[in-house]
Write a protein that binds this ligand. Structure first.
Ligand SMILES: Cc1cc2nc3c(=O)[nH]c(=O)nc-3n(C[C@H](O)[C@H](O)[C@H](O)COP(=O)(O)OP(=O)(O)OC[C@H]3O[C@@H](n4cnc5c(N)ncnc54)[C@H](O)[C@@H]3O)c2cc1C
Length: 379
């Protein structure tokens, strides 16, 4: 029995699978076309106890740790959901943790509890049009004016930014680009806060993505998360969870694509024989399976160490890159094995192929992960 195969986690898996079967699969294609998932899905996910997994009960969550969140993500994708759905429905996984860690009861009551109950949607805005990799280079400013900050700047590529009721926003209270960051919770509807049109993307179609702009937006000081100028450290601390979630999405897509490819190769005959009867195909499937399982084992190992509080920044970066590389290779091969059908919208593998491409970009690119790994090697 592995750490993610306990009786409790098997139950959690069943819960996630039942949720996807009943609440997601009949509608996913419609949401992909609509460009977003409905708000009601958040409430439904909260009611069955999935939305709050990984958050303590004291703040309105369902309890559990990083490994439980990983189990949910994995099972949603393996049971026919998608990583776009995970991004849209669980954006609070990146929008809320800083507030919980800061133990700010006021922010927890106003934003964390309603979001985990599915009645509010949150987003996290770090990336700016000038660049996302250089987090310290953020140029959105927040100047103190009495008991408010006046915020000016813009953000882009923000997941759930179209639907979000509030955005946990990285700002600079010093001069632009000083590297001294703070986090402010900015509510939709605050004068000067504008949400641009939904951005059209290669994949993650059911996950809305927005450009946000701030022009003299007055944000109460009470909406600051933690002390001023501690935002950079807070962001870096919570990157581990985001990166492992993306790594999980990557190997889960790979596992799902192996299953789809195996099914297809058993059913599809060419030159009078099923594809799966040919050694070349069997070996290709074996290699795909091996890659997916190796990535899964390594991500679980690193996640276990993160959950235990070990400082494994380098290993998190390696886990993300290992899982993304496995996913890229497996989805490509899975589509190839499906032949022309794999290229059609009707094929589930086609969606995974498009969805997978973001995983080496979001939460820190593959190149930025390599920078972290090189530093960890003392280079
Ligand atoms: C669908 C989607 C959803 C997203 N969701 C969010 C969100 O919710 N919140 C949020 O804040 N951001 C979000 N992002 C932004 C994402 O995190 C950034 O796109 C990513 O961090 C890269 O930043 P960038 O696009 O500005 O690329 P850049 O930083 O401009 O990098 C461009 C290229 O140069 C490479 N590069 C950069 N610096 C170096 C270097 N020093 N050495 C070697 N190579 C380098 C990069 O790896 C990349 O290949 C999302 C993006 C997408 C596409």
């Amino acid at each position: 029995m592995t750490i993610v195969d306990t009786p409790e986690r098997r139950q959690l898996r069943e819960l996630a699978r039942a949720f996807v079967t009943k609440e997601v699969l009949p509608y996913l294609d419609d949401w992909e076309r609509a460009g977003e998932v409905p708000r009601s899905l958040h409430e439904t996910a909260a009611k069955v106890g999935l939305l709050g997994i990984g958050f303590p009960e004291q703040v309105g969550g369902s309890g559990g740790d990083l490994l439980d969140s990983i189990v949910v993500t994995e099972e949603i994708i393996r049971s026919g959901g998608s990583s776009g759905l995970v991004a849209a429905l669980f954006t609070h996984g990146i929008a809320l943790p800083h507030m919980v860690a800061a133990r700010n009861e006021d922010l927890i009551d106003r934003y964390v509890r309603p979001t985990l109950a599915g009645t509010m949607i949150g987003a996290l805005a770090i990336t700016e049009p000038d660049g996302g990799s250089d987090v310290a280079g953020i140029r959105t400013t927040a100047c103190r004016d009495g008991d408010h900050y006046v915020v000016n700047g813009s953000k882009t590529y923000i997941t759930s930014g179209v639907r979000a009721d509030f955005v946990t926003t990285a700002v600079c209270c010093d001069f632009p680009g000083s590297g001294e960051l703070s986090l402010l919770v900015i509510e939709k509807g605050t004068p000067g806060f504008a949400v641009g049109r939904p951005l059209e993307k290669l994949g993650w179609h059911c996950s809305d993505t927005a450009e946000l702009s701030f022009t003299d937006v007055r944000v109460p000081v009470a909406n600051r998360v933690g002390p001023e100028d501690t935002g950079f450290i807070a962001i870096m601390q919570h990157f581990a969870t985001e990166r492992l979630s993306l790594a999980t999405q990557a190997y889960a897509i790979a596992q799902r694509c192996v299953e789809l490819a195996v099914r297809w190769c058993r059913d599809r005959s060419t030159f009078g024989r099923p594809l799966a009867s040919r050694q070349l195909i069997r070996h290709r499937l074996a290699e795909m399976h091996t890659r997916a399982e190796a990535a899964r084992a390594y991500v679980h190992d690193v996640a276990e160490r993160v959950a235990a509080g070990q400082p494994v920044v380098t290993e998190v970066a390696m886990a993300k890159n290992v899982a993304v590389a496995a996913c890229d290779q497996v989805v490509d091969q899975a589509l190839q094995l499906h032949g022309g059908f794999g290229y059609l919208r009707d094929a589930e593998v086609e969606r995974h192929y498009r969805d997978a491409r973001i995983l080496g970009l979001g939460g820190g690119t593959t190149e930025i992960m390599n920078e972290i790994i090189a530093k960890g090697m003392g280079l």
